[in-house]
Design a protein around this ligand. Structure first.
Ligand code: S3P
Length: 445
């Protein structure tokens, strides 16, 4: 599918966003570990969450979708059945990495596999620490498919420093630690998203987080006292998933760069470990007004109103990179429309996402006439010249596809994104949302 965006229309009005992808994943998985019926409202229905739901089915866990309400019926860990075939995690690294931790805690033999894109993602980051805990897990040269064989419980508790800040790795290990005999301590170089900790805590699991400052980077220490040390079934969940800030990011940047725009987004998740983009954009001069409306199941939520703004270049590095790790495609488009130079450093992790986001972003922005320079750990963009427009590729990356599409709202000529169906992975209503706000979009085979 080709998605074409034609410049010239301002975005105006109010919109809501689909449920947060990270929280939807965690909620579905934790509901499968709970004994009884869990109910999750505003669940994200998209390619990546279909992967986790498919995985639950193959483990014998029952679920039902009614609109965006997900109901999960489970008997907890004891009700899980060994899957008859390899579990297909699609293109979802969150499904694969979190499920590996849960399967380890359940002591369940399984093979975890996925699409070619997922098979290319690094998995030693979970294999090594899980092996240290006593989990019998192997990969194929450090990548999927991953094989979990039978091993003896309880697992060994872990005292581990993650080499890179990663919420997927942290969450995988926290889930495995539910079956460890003793206290697990995980340290990260910088704070990554903490949805798993918040959800587990809300279910009565004893997790404490300590803040430390090392080398001017905030470095939290997760002290996990799990009591009792063997996997106990969790209580059922009742949860409403906040709107996805990472989906909001595309609408925010779209409104900022499109002259005459004024957009309001309601019920957006505003967990501070996720909202680094707001800090980056306000340093660029963005006119974004935030009103915090409260908390939903331990997650802060609020409304955002965004006006078209003149932006200026900025430098992004350190822990801010982690707090906006999924937002660089949208951010790079803001930088292309900003006056002056934007520099992104210490962001090499972007090379290990759904695409090599440094290489892919630089190549496609260059194709649009943007002055961009690639570095091993980031990129620089000299903005202020309106992008030309033309044909660009999604590289099989939903966020790249959406970022390139919004660039077309204010470019000289229309922008066509090839293989744009990948957007369904995380934000199936992306086109409809922009169209309802007044954007000119067309989709063709
Ligand atoms: C996610 C964590 C991040 C992020 C991904 C979702 C999660 O990955 O990029 O889209 O839900 O835990 P890493 O943990 O690999 O940084």
């Amino acid at each position: 599918m080709n998605l074409t965006v034609t410049p010239g229309a301002a975005l105006r009005g109010a919109t809501r966003l689909p449920g947060d992808k990270s929280i939807s994943h965690r909620a579905a998985l934790l509901a499968a570990l709970a004994e009884g019926e869990s109910q999750i409202d505003n669940f994200l229905i998209s390619g990546v969450t279909r992967a986790i739901l498919g995985a639950l089915s193959s483990l014998g866990v029952g679920w039902e979708l009614d609109g965006t309400r997900l109901t999960v019926q489970s008997q907890g860990w004891r009700g899980w059945r060994p899957p008859a075939a390899p579990i297909d995690c699609g293109n979802s690294a969150t499904t694969l990495r979190l499920l590996a931790g849960a399967l380890a805690a359940a002591g369940m033999p399984a093979i975890l596999d996925g699409a070619p894109g997922l098979r290319a993602r690094p998995m030693m980051r979970i294999i090594e620490p899980l092996q240290q805990m006593g989990v019998a897990i192997t990969g194929d040269k450090g990548r999927a498919p991953l094989r979990l064989s039978r091993f003896t419980h309880p697992l060994r508790p872990l005292d581990y420093t993650l080499p890179v800040a990663s919420a997927q790795v942290k969450s995988c290990l926290l889930l495995a630690a539910l079956a460890a005999h003793g206290r697990t301590t995980l340290r990260e170089p910088a704070p990554s998203r903490d949805h798993s900790e918040r959800l587990l805590r809300s279910l009565g699991i004893d997790i404490t987080t300590e803040q430390h400052t090392q080398n001017h980077l905030a470095s939290p220490q997760y002290l996990t006292h799990l009591n009792p040390p063997c996997p106990l079934s969790l209580p059922p969940l009742r949860l409403k998933v906040p709107g996805d800030f990472s989906a909001a990011a595309f609408i925010i940047v779209a409104a900022l760069i499109t002259p005459g725009s004024q957009v309001t987004l309601s019920n957006v998740g505003l967990n501070p470990t996720r909202t680094g983009l707001l800090d980056a954009l306000s340093a660029m001069g963005a006119r974004i007004h935030l009103s915090a409306t409260g908390e939903q199941n331990g997650e802060p939520i609020g409304d955002l109103s965004v006006e078209a703004s003149s932006l200026r270049g900025v430098c992004i590095e350190g822990s801010l990179v982690v707090r906006m790790i999924d937002e660089f495609p949208a951010f790079a488009v803001a930088a292309a429309y900003a006056q002056g130079e934007t520099v992104v450093r210490q962001a090499e992790e972007l090379r290990y996402k759904e695409s090599d986001r440094i290489a892919a972003l630089c190549a496609e922005l260059r194709a649009l006439g943007v002055d961009v320079e690639e570095a091993q750990d980031g990129f620089s963009i000299r903005g202020g010249v309106i992008p030309r427009g033309g044909l660009v590729r999604s590289h099989g990356d939903h966020r790249l596809a959406m970022a390139l599409a919004i660039a077309g709202l204010a470019s000289q000529q229309p922008i066509t994104v090839k293989d744009a169906e990948v957007i369904d992975e995380s934000f199936p209503a992306f086109g409809e949302t922009l169209r309802n706000l007044g954007g000119w979009l067309s989709l063709e085979e």
